[in-house]
Design a protein around this ligand. Structure first.
Ligand code: HEC
Length: 135
């Protein structure tokens, strides 16, 4: 083999090797990032599952995730959080059980379960109790 040819082969091999090394390190980076992402997501899912499986969500949690969008500002006439003037007439007329049933089934612009289809009946009731707390 002539010296010039040897250099050409060596240089080509080096180029190929460098390209492979680059690919490998990209894969390595991907592999290193992946488990961190997976652990993070798995942790979040575990927390979610615990909330679903490990007993009821608190009324405040349900309110903040499902009801706040309408009941904070009184959207479409929704009775507002902790505002007695909005809630008292409803409670006088129907009682807690009556407004609870309407929350489960929906009433006018109030969607069934306030769109929280995964909420249990008791979680909806807890959210109502949170909204009328102290009125
Ligand atoms: C899309 C907006 C919206 C969301 C989300 C929403 N509500 Fe309502 N809610 C309303 C409106 C509007 C009314 C008033 C309905 C009426 O009496 O005409 C209402 C009324 C109510 C009432 C009174 C029912 C009665 O008999 O007077 C309860 C209780 C209630 N909502 C509970 C909840 C709970 C609990 C959540 C969350 C899980 C929730 N709502 C989410 C809009 C909403």
């Amino acid at each position: 083999m002539k010296l010039k040819t040897w250099f050409t082969v060596a240089a080509t091999a080096l180029t190929v090797f460098a390209a492979q090394a680059q690919e490998m390190s990209d894969d390595e980076i991907a592999d290193r990032i992946k488990p961190i992402g997976q652990v993070h997501v798995a942790g979040a899912q575990a927390a979610g599952n615990n909330a679903a499986a490990g007993g009821a969500k608190s009324g405040e949690d349900v309110y903040n995730s499902a009801c706040v969008a309408c009941h904070a500002a009184g959207v479409l006439g929704a009775p507002k959080l902790h505002v007695a003037a909005d809630w008292q007439p409803r409670l006088d007329e129907r009682g807690l059980d009556g407004v609870w049933q309407n929350a489960l089934n929906g009433i006018n612009a109030m969607p069934p379960r306030g769109t929280c289809s995964s909420c249990s009946d008791d979680e909806i009731k807890a959210a109502i109790e949170y909204m009328i707390e102290g009125i």
